[in-house]
Design a protein around this ligand. Structure first.
Ligand code: GRF
Length: 194
């Protein structure tokens, strides 16, 4: 195929995962001319990595090291060789090191309306606080924990009798749609990393 007939595959995306991977599944299923997934990276073997492997997407496990700096470097090298234009943290449960954060354009999806309820237990914390509305936030990743600039949000009503599981499931329905929408609307060069 010569250059005049080559097809653009849109934004080259790397997805970071650690868990079940339902967000990853939605991102993979919606990939079209707007974006393609060039790799999936996890800190451990997990169902999300299996989902990527099943679709033949290049998949990498970068296990945490005793020396955190070694892991940071391994993560950076693994992602860099995939040459992504956008890195999407979708259920990735590790804090990314400063060098990584400054090397790529990264967005994260979080299951709460930031700046409320940052951290790993956002759904539990929102329920425990007694808020009536929570939701999901897609934001740029900076060096803090869920502190980067907000790109998009969706609200989810808390229902009487909600458990952490039932609420999280309803939030994840919105998360899947929102993260796909943000990736599709991503303009190359947007949210340039510093
Ligand atoms: C999502 O709610 C994400 O925001 C949170 O972990 C969940 C990941 O779900 N940090 P899954 O592994 O994609 O199903």
């Amino acid at each position: 195929m010569n250059s005049s007939t080559s097809v653009s595959h849109g934004t080259k995306v790397v997805v970071l995962v650690s868990g079940t991977g339902t967000l990853l599944q939605a991102i993979m299923a919606a990939a079209d001319e707007a974006y393609s997934i060039v790799g999936v990276v996890s800190d451990k073997d997990c169902p999300a990595i299996e989902r990527a492997r099943a679709l033949g997407i290049p998949s990498f496990i970068v296990p945490m090291q005793e020396d955190r700096a070694v892991w940071d470097k391994n993560m950076k090298d693994t992602v860099a060789q995939l040459e992504p234009e956008l890195v999407v943290s979708a259920g990735f449960m590790r804090i990314l090191g400063a060098e990584f954060v400054h090397s790529f354009t990264i967005i994260n999806t979080h299951p709460a309306l930031l700046p409320s309820f940052p951290g790993a237990h956002a759904v539990r914390d929102a329920l425990a606080y007694g808020v009536k509305i929570t939701g999901t936030t897609v934001h740029r990743v900076d060096e803090g924990v869920d502190t980067g600039p907000i790109i998009a949000q969706r609200a989810v009503q808390i229902e009487p009798g909600d458990t952490e599981e039932s609420l999280h499931e309803r939030i994840k329905i919105q998360e899947r749609e929102l993260i796909v929408e943000v990736i599709k609307n991503f303009e190359k060069g947007e949210y340039e990393h510093s």
